[in-house]
Every structure is written in C-alpha cells, then in structure tokens.
Design a protein around this ligand. Structure first.
Ligand SMILES: C[S@@+](CC[C@H](N)C(=O)[O-])C[C@H]1O[C@@H](n2cnc3c(N)ncnc32)[C@H](O)[C@@H]1O
Length: 539
C-alpha cells in the first residue's frame, strides 16, 4: 500500500494555510458568495477575443494605463484604492502572478494527484514568488475552484459547446477554463473584472495556451448555473449543486440522513472559521493574547477548551505574525484541539502519537504535559516528519521524538503508553472545506479501503496501550464505515478494551448506538467534521 496523500486529514499545517487565505481573501475584498448568483449575462465573447488594446477599448477603458482615480473601475476584484502611475500594471501583474500559480497548482492536483496545499507551496517555491497578495489570491482561487470541480466542468463543457472536449484540452488551458468558469458563473465577476482576468492570463500563460478556449471563455459569460443544471434532476442535480460526486452524496445521506448530509456539504462550500491555540510552553497566556492583539488579531475563547480561541478578526494572516514565528501561537482547528483535550495527557506520562505529522497534536500534548514525560511520534511520511521536526522546535517542545515507520505493521518500539493517540488517514469527508481536492480523488471503494488501513493501524497501536491506559481513535471523516464500524469490530475482537465517554463532550453522540463516541459536524459545530472515540484498556 502506498502513501495516502489524499487522506492526510485535518492538520495544523492545513489550518495555517487556510488562515492565510482567509486573511488575504478578505483584505483583497474578493468574496465568495455562499449563494451563487443565478443570472444570465451579456456575452463577453467579442471583448475576450479581441487583442489587448481593443479589449480595453471595447470596455470603455483607456488603452494605456489609467492615471486618474476615475479609471480605477478596471481594477480586478473591485480594488478601488487610490491610484498612482503604474498601479494598473502592478495590479495586472499581481493577478498574472496569481493565475500562473493557481494554474500550476491545479495542474499538479489533477495530473499528479497532489493535495492543493502541497501543490501550491511547491509552485510558490519553484516559481520563486514572494508577493503575499498574489499567493493569497492564488490560494483562494484554487480552493474555490476545487470545491466545485464537477459543477465547473459542467459549465466548461457547456461553454465549449461541442468545440472539442474538456478532456482533450491541454492541462493548463483546462485549469484556466475552470478558474474562469468559477469567476464568471459562481462568483459573478463583472465584465470588466473578467476582461482584466483574461488579460492577466494572457500575460501569465501566453496567448497560445488560451487560444483553444477563447470562444469558450466568451460563452462562459453568457451562462448561468440554471442553464447548466436544467437538464439534471434528482441526486445527480443535487450532487452538482452541492459539488460532490453522486455516489458520495448518496453514501453520506445513507449514513447521516439527508438533512445532515446536505447541511455539512453546504458548509464545506463556504469559508470555515479559523482557530488558534496559544502555546503556554513559550509564554504566559495573557501576555501572548496581548501581543496578538497588538498585531491586530482579535480572538474569542472557545468554550470547553483550554488555550483555544476562535479568530474573530485578523489584520494579517496569523502565519505572518511575530507571535506565530516565535511559536507563541499555532493555527489549529477546534476539532483537532478537542481530540487532544480528550486524550488529556498529564505531566510525566508516556504517550504514543500515531500518524503524527506535521505535529499539531504532538505539540499540544507536550503543552498539556508541561514538557514533562515522553512522546513518541510515528509517521510514515519523511516529508511530513520534516515539517513535524520544524514545528516541534518552533513550539519549544522538548519531550517528543519521531519514528519513521508504517503503522499498519508492528511498531518499532516496545513502549507501553498511558495514552495512545491515533489521528488516522481517512477520506477527509469532514474536511472538504479545507481540502476540497480530496473529494475528487475518492472513489466508491475508498471508504472500505481506508477502513482496512485504519483497522490495521488500530490493531498494531492498541498493543502499546498499558493496562488502565487509553487509546483515542480520531478521524476527520464522517463516514460510519471509517469510524463506528472500525471501532465496533475492534471492541468485538478485543474485550479488554471498553468505550469511555470522551470529555470534554462538545459534539453529538456517535451513530449505530455508539453514544459514547463523539461526532463533530462542520455546519453545527463550526469546525472540521470529526470522529473521536476513547477506548480504555482494563487494568
Ligand atoms: C491526519 S494526518 C495527521 C495529523 C497530525 N496528527 C497532526 O495533528 O498534525 C494523518 C497522517 O497519517 C500519516 N499516515 C498515513 N498512513 C500511515 C501509515 N500507514 N503509517 C504511518 N503514518 C501514516 C500521514 O503521513 C499523515 O501525516
């Protein structure tokens, strides 16, 4: 079995990157409406097909760069701050950089099945991009496009109108057509914004890349979602509206009921709230909060969790604050923090942290242990363990040690632990808002295959729970197959383990009668969807 890049689940790193997008997205004024506008528009085809100068003239804009404030209507994404000479080119250049990054990342996600986060960070490094605004914009465009891939492909096919198929286009042209379809049909960008977008794309990708899709780009601007969905009905239409594969919609409805399934899928299309954990290994909580406030970060405590805060306002991305760089604070989802609070490791205890990278939970456990005791963290990804090492160092953790190993097999340690924490690879069905690419990597057999891996890791890890110790089973999947069924099978085969109510209990009870397990739903609990079960080994 190979690595499961699609199944990394929720992690602090993902949370860090999404907070960057949230902050940058809002500072760009680039909003994504939760209810897509369903309107038909006048065709932009003649404008988009025209060369640079005539394109601008057709829109009533000056062919040269604008020099007066009143010219600012052509700025992309409605940016209307004071103009000075050169801003026009700067804004187009920023957009071109964002498009270059976004297209590259979308191609890597599609062709090499990378996660959006990895694809983007590699693209930023390879292209040597430093413009934080362009990176933030690219990230937002990639996330929003990947969230709606099936719907956007329907728009793109309608726009191609039989002039070749989407599959036959080059990967870069296909990626840009999807980006454009998102902006035109979902975001409802104005004609001028779309024209700027195409001009920037020509600059970024070259005219040759856009040539095969020029007519389709024009037609996109005349389409509405109603047109695209008109011929669909039943589950097929609902799956397009909720932007999920039809088989997965049906599975979620079967497991959770239609109302819950629809609620959580809708929530995955809008921006999730972000949370931070204050690291008391690096300083006193009150002082850290004060320093964050000085950097423009307004927080609100999360009831029931120590050290965890909801980000109410962020003047800049958390990961660009001094507090983050100094390890005083870490962006980490509420659900991830809850799992650690349930594990409740105490100073001096021995902890086995399985599937540990990049270390969000390792570092929180060390914090709750006051840096006293021992944590052994296992992961089979060398790259992710590299990130684990950096995080552990930045957060001032002294008691954690990594092991590179495949946890499906006998673990290379004889440790008997007070706490064994499993943060398993999964289908990420609870985390589609942050990792939308996962939706499109899954197939109908994925939950079953994933459940086999989860069961193997659970079996191998359970041997290391000392009598009286606890094992915490967590995933960011909401499917019964990966959660209740795996735990039930394990309990049946291991009568020396017993399910215990996980405290704090902030979620809803598990399904199939596993009322002592805990489930969190994005649309109810404002966090990643999560499953947590606490199993105690008899003394
Ligand atoms: C949900 S992420 C873990 C997040 C981490 N616990 C944290 O809080 O930062 C799942 C991790 O499982 C690892 N993984 C997947 N399959 C594995 C296996 N068979 N053995 C060991 N690690 C595995 C992945 O590399 C990934 O880092």
């Amino acid at each position: 079995m190979k690595a499961l890049p699609s199944s990394s689940g929720s992690s602090g790193e993902k949370e860090a990157s999404s907070s960057l997008v949230i902050a940058l997205g809002s500072s760009l004024g680039a909003t994504c409406p939760s209810e897509p506008p369903m309107k038909a528009r006048r065709s932009l085809e003649p404008v988009l097909l025209a060369p640079w100068g005539s394109c601008l003239l057709a829109l009533g804009a000056p062919a040269s760069r604008p020099t007066r404030k009143s010219d600012s209507f052509l700025w992309p994404f409605g940016m209307t701050t004071a103009l000075n000479r050169g801003c026009w080119h700067k804004s187009l250049a920023m957009m071109a950089t964002a498009i270059k990054l976004a297209v590259r990342a979308l191609v890597e996600v599609e062709v090499r099945r990378k996660s959006e986060r990895l694809a983007l960070s590699e693209a930023v490094a390879e292209l040597g991009i430093r413009d934080v605004r362009a990176i933030g914009l690219a990230h937002r465009l990639v996330l929003e496009t990947l969230k709606r891939l099936n719907l956007l492909d329907e728009v793109a096919k309608a726009a191609l109108a039989g002039e070749g198929s989407l599959e036959d286009l080059g990967a870069r042209a296909r990626a840009f057509l999807r980006l454009f379809a998102y902006r035109a049909v979902v975001e409802g960008a104005s004609r001028r914004e779309l024209a700027s977008f195409v001009l920037s794309a020509r600059e970024a990708l070259g005219k040759g890349t856009l040539r095969p899709i020029e007519r389709a780009l024009g037609r996109c601007t005349t389409l509405s979602l109603d047109d695209v969905l008109a011929s669909r009905s039943g589950d097929e239409r609902l799956a397009l509206e909720l932007c999920v594969p039809t088989w997965l919609l049906r599975l979620l409805c079967r497991d959770l009921g239609r109302q819950v399934a629809i609620g959580l899928l809708k929530a995955s299309l809008v921006q999730a709230p972000s949370y931070v954990r204050v690291n008391t290994l690096r300083g006193e909580e009150g002082e850290i909060l004060a320093s964050l406030e000085q950097e423009g970060i307004v927080l609100e405590p999360v009831e029931g969790l120590r050290h965890v805060y909801k980000v109410v306002e962020a003047g800049k991305p958390i990961i660009l604050t001094d507090a983050y760089k100094e390890g005083l604070v870490y962006p980490q989802d509420k659900a991830s923090c809850l799992a650690v609070e349930v594990a409740n490791p105490r100073p001096g205890q021995v902890v086995l942290d399985v599937c540990a990278a990049p270390g969000a939970k390792t570092t929180y456990m060390a914090q709750l242990m006051g840096n006293r005791g021992l944590i052994i963290s296992i992961d089979f990804s060398r790259r992710r363990l590299g990130a684990w090492r950096k995080l552990v160092a930045r957060m001032g953790v002294k008691v954690a040690f990594p092991i590179l190993a495949d946890a499906r097999f006998q673990l290379p340690t004889r440790l008997r632990a007070d706490v064994v924490l499993l943060d398993l690879p999964c289908t990420s069905t609870g985390a589609f808002a942050k990792t939308p690419s996962a939706k499109w990597r899954l197939g109908p057999r994925s939950p079953k295959n994933m459940a086999k891996v989860q069961a193997r890791i659970l079996r191998a890890s359970a041997e290391h729970v000392k009598p009286g110790g606890v094992l915490i089973y967590t995933t960011c999947s909401l499917l019964v197959e990966e959660n209740e069924r795996v735990v039930e099978d394990f309990l049946r085969a291991n009568p020396d383990f017993e399910l215990e109510r996980p405290e704090p209990f902030l979620g809803l009870p598990g399904l199939r009668g596993l009322s002592k397990a805990q489930r969190l739903y994005p649309h109810i609990h404002e966090c990643d969807g999560y499953f947590i079960a606490k199993l105690r080994r008899e003394s």
